[in-house]
Design a protein around this ligand. Structure first.
Ligand SMILES: NC(=O)c1ccc[n+]([C@@H]2O[C@H](COP(=O)([O-])OP(=O)(O)OC[C@H]3O[C@@H](n4cnc5c(N)ncnc54)[C@H](O)[C@@H]3O)[C@@H](O)[C@H]2O)c1
Length: 334
C-alpha cells in the first residue's frame, strides 16, 4: 500500500466504533474524523481515536486527507450520509443493508455511479472463511445444480431490544443470508411467501421472527428464517446455518457451534471467534478482512468482492419478504 489514507466514520454506535478501531489498527489507514448525530458520542469517539469530532457529515467529509468513508448509521439512515459522501467524491464502505427501502437503495447506487466513487456494502458474511469455502465448493461443481437452499440467523433477545424497532429482523439479520444464498448458489430469488410473529417485541412494534419460502430463478426452492428473540442464556449470541443441497452434493455451514467454549458453574459460553476476535490487542477476523479488502479496492484498484447491484438485489428480496409477511400474499421480487 503506497501511502496512508484518511477515513471518516459516520455513525459512532457499535459498528462505527469497530470500524474506527480497525481503520486505526490497519497499517495504511487512519481515522481522520468521526461524526454522530449524538454530540457526546462524537466527542467520546474523537477522543478515543484522536481525530476530529465533526459537527456535521459535511465537516467530517471535508477533513484534510479523507479519501474513504465508513457509513455506520442505523439501517434506515443510510441515504443522507451516502449521498453526501458521493457528492464529496469519497469512496464508501456502508454497513449492511444498502437501505431498507428499494428506492433509497437505488438512489445510493445511482449517486455513486454518477460520482464515480466506489461503493461496497458490508456483507461481512462474505469474509467469513466458512461461507467463502461454501462458495468455492459450489463454484467447483461439487454441489451441482442447487435444488434446496436453506439459511437461518438467530440472535439473542438483547439484539432485538437494542435495535428497538428501528428496522425489521429481515433487514437487520435476514439480509446477511439473502445475500449469502444468492451469492453462493449463483441463483437469484424471484418470489417469496413469508409469515412473521410478534410475541416478545410486540410492545416496540417489532417482529420477533420471520420465515419465508423462496423460489429461485434456476428452479430451486428454499427457506429463510430470521429471529432475534433467542433466550438470553443461549451459549452463543449468534446461531446461523446455511445448507445447500444440489444435484451432485451438499454444502453446510454452521455458525455459533464453534469447538470452543468457556464453562463456569453458572453457564457455558461460546464466544465469537470469527467476526471480531482480539489478538495481541488488535481486532482480527472477518470485519478486519472486509475493511482491509476495501482499502485495497480504493488504493490498488483490487476487484470489489461485493457489487452494489448484488446488495441492491438483497434489499429487493428483503423488502418483498416484509411485504409478504404484512399482506399474507406471495410477492414477486423486482
Ligand atoms: N456487519 C455486522 O455484523 C453488523 C452488526 C451490527 C450492525 N450492523 C449494521 O451497522 C449499522 C449500525 O448498527 P449499530 O449496531 O452500530 O447501531 P447503533 O445504534 O449502535 O449505532 C448507530 C449510530 O448511528 C447514529 N446515527 C443515526 N443517524 C445518523 C446520521 N444521520 N448521522 C450520523 N449519525 C447517525 C446513531 O446516533 C448511533 O450512534 C446498521 O446498518 C446495522 O445493520 C452490522
Amino acid at each position: 500500500m503506497p501511502q496512508q489514507i484518511g477515513v471518516a466514520v459516520i455513525g459512532m454506535g457499535v459498528m462505527g466504533e469497530r470500524h474506527a478501531q480497525v481503520w486505526n489498527e490497519l497499517p495504511y489507514t487512519r481515522v481522520v474524523s468521526v461524526y454522530d448525530v449524538i454530540a457526546e458520542r462524537t466527542a467520546e469517539c474523537a477522543e478515543r481515536f484522536e481525530c476530529l469530532g465533526a459537527g456535521s457529515i459535511e465537516e467530517a467529509l471535508e477533513a484534510p486527507g479523507v479519501r474513504l468513508v465508513s457509513v455506520c448509521t442505523d439501517d434506515q439512515s443510510h441515504l443522507e450520509p451516502c449521498l453526501a459522501a458521493a457528492a464529496a467524491g469519497k469512496d464508501i464502505v456502508l454497513e449492511k443493508p444498502l437501505a431498507t427501502d428499494p428506492d433509497e437503495a437505488r438512489r445510493i447506487v445511482a449517486a455513486c455511479e454518477r460520482a464515480q466513487v466506489k461503493l461496497m456494502v458490508g456483507h461481512v458474511v462474505r469474509f467469513d472463511p466458512r461461507y467463502q469455502a461454501a462458495k468455492q465448493a459450489c463454484e467447483g461443481g461439487e454441489v451441482g445444480e442447487p435444488v434446496y437452499i436453506y439459511a437461518r440467523r438467530f440472535n439473542v433477545v438483547a439484539s432485538g431490544w437494542r435495535i428497538r424497532g428501528r428496522t425489521s429482523v429481515t433487514f437487520f439479520l435476514g439480509i446477511h443470508d439473502i445475500d449469502a444464498m444468492q451469492w453462493i448458489s449463483g441463483a437469484a430469488i424471484t418470489r417469496v411467501q413469508a409469515e412473521s410473529c410478534s410475541k416478545v417485541l410486540g410492545g416496540i412494534g417489532t417482529d420477533d421472527a420471520v420465515v419465508a419460502t423462496l423460489r429461485f430463478d434456476n428452479g430451486a426452492v428454499g427457506v429463510l428464517e430470521a429471529l432475534w428473540v433467542a433466550p438470553a442464556g443461549s451459549p452463543n449470541s449468534l446461531d446461523a446455518r446455511l445448507d445447500i443441497i444440489g444435484t451432485e452434493g451438499r454444502v453446510q455451514v454452521r455458525v455459533g457451534g464453534e469447538e470452543m467454549s468457556v464453562d463456569t458453574h453458572q453457564r457455558s459460553v461460546r464466544p465469537d471467534v470469527t467476526y471480531g476476535i482480539t489478538m495481541g490487542g488488535r481486532m482480527e477476523g472477518a470485519l478486519r478482512t472486509q475493511l482491509a479488502h476495501f482499502a485495497r479496492v480504493v488504493v490498488e484498484d483490487e476487484e470489489l468482492l461485493v457489487a452494489p447491484q448484488e446488495a441492491l438485489s438483497a434489499v429487493n428480496v428483503a423488502w418483498a419478504i416484509d411485504e409478504s409477511a404484512r399482506t399474507g400474499e406471495a410477492v414477486d421480487v423486482e
